[in-house]
Design a protein around this ligand. Structure first.
Ligand SMILES: [Mg+2]
Length: 389
């Protein structure tokens, strides 16, 4: 048994250039803006010398996540680091009122530890299915200050992504609840790129009503969208509403990004409320929870689409048959990807890292297969917590 002897939680910040905030507080492009973004790294060590590390790519931006991870960290001390399933269920129980999000980063860190201990990548441990990941460019939310602020700007960016080799493009629009503006943008982008790319739209639950969702859904049909994601302000949690939407549209729906726990996603399939399931190792119980969701979808004969970019997402996708795209979020013209800049290896989530085959690679090194720049993390440190203290 490899007993967990130490857990560390390193909170740090980083600065992204060329970004502002929209009225929801989400990052969006800005000509001269600069934003300071929070992030964290979890480290788990065992008494016999094994170590895992993980920096979440997007969930760390939400300051509600770190306290959940910190609340669970002391419960790891003394447990067998390789008993991930047992840890997953124990931590899930203790956060059952909270959707058990906090165990996600811990689970990914334990997979990194196990992979490094055995000298295998996580994709190989999971049982590899593919080595290359077809990838869509997923935009930031739109802005009103001249970067991604018009349908012409979206069309030009989609064409840029197409020319770089992306087989898909997903729009996050203005998020101000105007279905006519969002529909006009979507249709303009489709006209600009022709049928050369899969096209998706994600209002991220910002349309106010079901009727607004239906309006944009008709545009999705006209634009021959690959999927229509989280349209309106039920926050993607009302299966009956989406079954009724589905009955009126030809475009497949992608829901359950905001539906926590494996069992709660089942209802969406049984109700006929979504075409695709969503899973995210940063929110859905880590790699363990994501693979459970993937196999749940497989049992129903449907596809699961992974949310967001990061090494954990890549390893999961490498081991899932019933999935279509890697989501390279969040992109905007002329800007670096606003993920934590912590890699001391050739791992990249930048827009020009796409391969000639329209795919991103799966890291092949042990565990997550990435090396973190600890000088950078320590230099930007805000707080460090250790268990035992
Ligand atoms: Mg989404």
């Amino acid at each position: 048994m490899s007993r967990i002897s130490r857990v560390e939680l390193h909170e740090f910040t980083y600065v992204v250039e060329g970004f502002g905030r929209d009225h929801h507080g989400a990052l969006c492009p800005h000509p001269t803006g600069q934003q300071t973004v929070p992030a964290f790294c979890i480290v788990i060590e065992t008494a016999d010398g094994h170590r895992g590390e993980y920096v979440p790519g997007h969930s760390g931006k939400n300051p509600a996540i770190v306290p959940q991870v910190a609340a669970l960290a002391p419960r790891l001390i003394g447990r067998d680091a390789f008993a991930r399933e047992g840890i997953w269920h124990a931590l899930r129980w203790s956060q059952r009122h909270l959707g058990a999000i906090g165990l996600s980063a811990i689970d990914v860190c334990l997979w990194d530890l196990a992979g490094k201990a055995s000298g295998q990548s996580i994709a190989r441990m999971l049982g590899g299915y593919r080595e290359r990941l077809p990838t869509y460019a997923s935009t930031t939310h739109a802005d009103r200050v001249g970067v991604l602020s018009s349908k012409e700007a979206f069309a030009a960016f989609a064409q840029q992504c197409r020319d770089l080799g992306y087989p898909g493009f997903k729009i996050h629009g203005w998020g101000e609840g105007d279905p006519r503006e969002e529909a006009a943008n979507l249709l303009h982008v489709r006209r600009a790129i022709g049928d050369s790319m899969a096209l998706m739209i994600d209002p991220a639950c910002t349309l106010a009503s079901w009727a607004d969702a239906l309006h944009l859904g008709h545009a999705c049909d006209d634009a021959r969208c690959f999927w229509y994601e989280d349209p309106f302000a039920d926050m993607g949690t009302a299966p009956t509403a989406h079954r009724r939407l589905r009955e009126k549209l030809r475009t497949p729906l992608l829901l359950t990004e905001h539906v926590r726990t494996l069992e709660a996603k089942v209802a969406w399939v049984q109700e006929g409320a979504t075409d695709f399931l969503r899973a995210d190792p940063e929110y859905d119980g880590g790699i363990t929870g994501t693979m459970k969701t993937a196999h749940l979808a497989e049992a129903f004969g449907i596809d699961v689409e992974l949310h967001g970019a990061g090494p954990a997402q890549r390893h999961c996708m490498a081991a899932i048959r019933n999935t279509n795209f890697y989501e390279l979020s969040l992109l905007a013209p002329g800007r670096r990807n606003p993920i934590p800049p912590v890699f001391a290896c050739d791992y990249s989530e930048e827009i020009d890292a796409i391969g000639a085959d329209g795919c991103f690679p799966v890291p092949s090194g042990p565990g997550l297969g990435v090396t973190y720049d600890w000088d950078r993390i320590r230099a930007a440190s805000v707080a460090v917590r250790r268990w035992p203290a």
